[in-house]
Design a protein around this ligand. Structure first.
Ligand code: SAM
Ligand code: SF4
Ligand code: SF4
Length: 379
């Protein structure tokens, strides 16, 4: 097995039951940089039916790739138990992701369990899911009926040839557009569309995408191509900085900056201006996610739970904290698991994107360790 095939399940720090004191009662859980934990992304599968070159390049994720065996995956009950404990400690937003989350069998049953959770104040969660849209036409109604509130759909272009090249499995753009329509009809809104922009590959799709979604109620967000994982052969010269993208977009559609809706929000928002030069809500907005050129670690409140129960504190982490043994062999109590989560979050000092800007080599991970893949912990 070559180096690039080492399953990332091989990493992680053991947690010992005897080290777990009681979780702090009440009050927000803060990390070492005083950031609260409010947002949990849960990967429900490490598999995908697409092979986007920036995420799961074909040469690495081929038929011999060691995907996780089913028994290694957290069950829906295990995921819901952990989610409940995270929510008790301040998480208000849960995003299901992957891999392709709609490939996980009966994922709507998990949605139903998560939708029943309530914050300590009795509020329902902001429950959402990120998908490549390929199965959405079939699944949108069941997901909505199960209690999903909204979806984010990834779409890297409208030109069929460009899109087929980006997903690298010859998947047609029309099927994703049908999925988007089904989501809209099912009431899964507001819908967001994520477009990863690679200079020289799909930058010619920026304006067609903007024209298509402007005034449609869908919020289009442009994501800078990121140096996640260790397999996508990332190069800085393939990143189209958001500032340049906003300039190009603004040349066709006048834009006005909008306030962030929540602290820690990943996207900078721009509204389309009407004839009077002011933001026109009927035309809607776009977002830019400048993860490479403008770090936003300062209020990053996101944690990621991998398909097999490892907790990652940063998208660029190389180590996760394995919670599965607490759920299985050690049969830990809720209080012990809550204490583990609290201890892990309180020890968090991650701020990779900020540090990237300070390092000489853009591509090298801070510790020299191998970074976890995006398809394993989710975006
Ligand atoms: N398969 C689903 C999808 O594509 O929406 C969910 C998982 S995917 C890993 C989540 C998001 O991460 C997608 O919007 C995808 O475009 C984004 N993503 C993956 N690799 C990326 C990279 N290298 N740079 C920026 N965004 C990336
Ligand atoms: Fe699959 Fe999503 Fe990664 Fe594309 S970005 S390969 S659709 S997990
Ligand atoms: Fe959060 Fe890590 Fe991204 Fe910074 S680099 S914003 S800490 S996930």
């Amino acid at each position: 097995m070559s180096e690039t095939r080492i399953p990332l399940s091989a990493v992680g720090r053991p947690l010992r039951l005897e080290d777990l004191a009681a979780a702090p009662a009440g009050g927000a859980l803060l990390d070492r940089l005083a950031r609260p934990l409010t947002d949990l992304r849960i990967s429900v599968t490490d598999r995908c039916n697409f092979r986007c070159s920036y995420c799961m390049p074909k040469e690495v994720f081929d038929k011999d790739y060691p995907y996780l065996p089913h028994a290694a995956l957290l069950s829906f009950e295990e995921i819901t138990r952990l989610a409940r404990l995270f929510v008790a400690q301040g998480v208000t937003k849960i995003r299901l992701t992957g891999g392709e989350p709609l490939l996980r069998k009966n994922v709507e049953l998990l949605v139903e369990q998560l939708a029943a959770l309530r914050t300590p104040g009795g509020e329902p969660l902001d429950l959402t899911l990120t998908t490549n849209g390929s199965l959405l036409a079939r699944k949108a109604r069941a997901l909505r009926d199960a209690g999903l509130r909204r979806v984010t759909v990834s779409l890297d272009g409208l030109d069929d040839a460009v899109f087929r090249r980006m997903n690298d499995v010859d998947f047609p753009v029309a099927d994703v557009l049908r999925g988007l329509e089904a989501a809209r009809e099912a009431g899964l809104g507001p819908i967001k569309v994520n477009m990863v922009v690679k200079r020289g590959t799909n930058e010619d799709q920026i304006l067609p995408m903007a024209r298509h979604f402007r005034g449609s109620g869908v919020v289009l967000r442009f994501i800078e191509y990121m140096d996640v994982g260790a397999t996508n052969g990332w190069r800085m010269d393939e990143v189209l900085p958001s500032a340049e993208l906003v300039r190009r977009l603004g040349a066709e559609f006048p834009l006005v900056p909008l306030e962030a809706t929540a602290p820690g929000e990943t996207a900078q928002r721009w509204g389309y201006a009407g004839a009077d030069g002011r933001y026109d809500p009927a035309l809607g907005e776009v977002g830019v996610i400048s993860s490479v050129t403008q770090a936003f670690c300062g209020d990053c409140s996101r944690a990621r739970l991998s398909t097999e129960g490892r907790l990652y504190l940063c998208l660029f982490a190389s180590q996760g904290h394995d919670l599965k043994p607490l759920l299985r062999e050690k049969q830990a109590s809720d209080a012990q698991i809550a204490a583990a989560i609290a201890g892990i979050w309180q020890g968090r000092g991650d701020r990779y994107s900020e540090l990237r800007g300070l390092r000489a080599s853009d591509a090298a991970p801070a510790s020299g360790a191998r970074r976890v893949e995006m398809s394993y912990i989710g975006g």
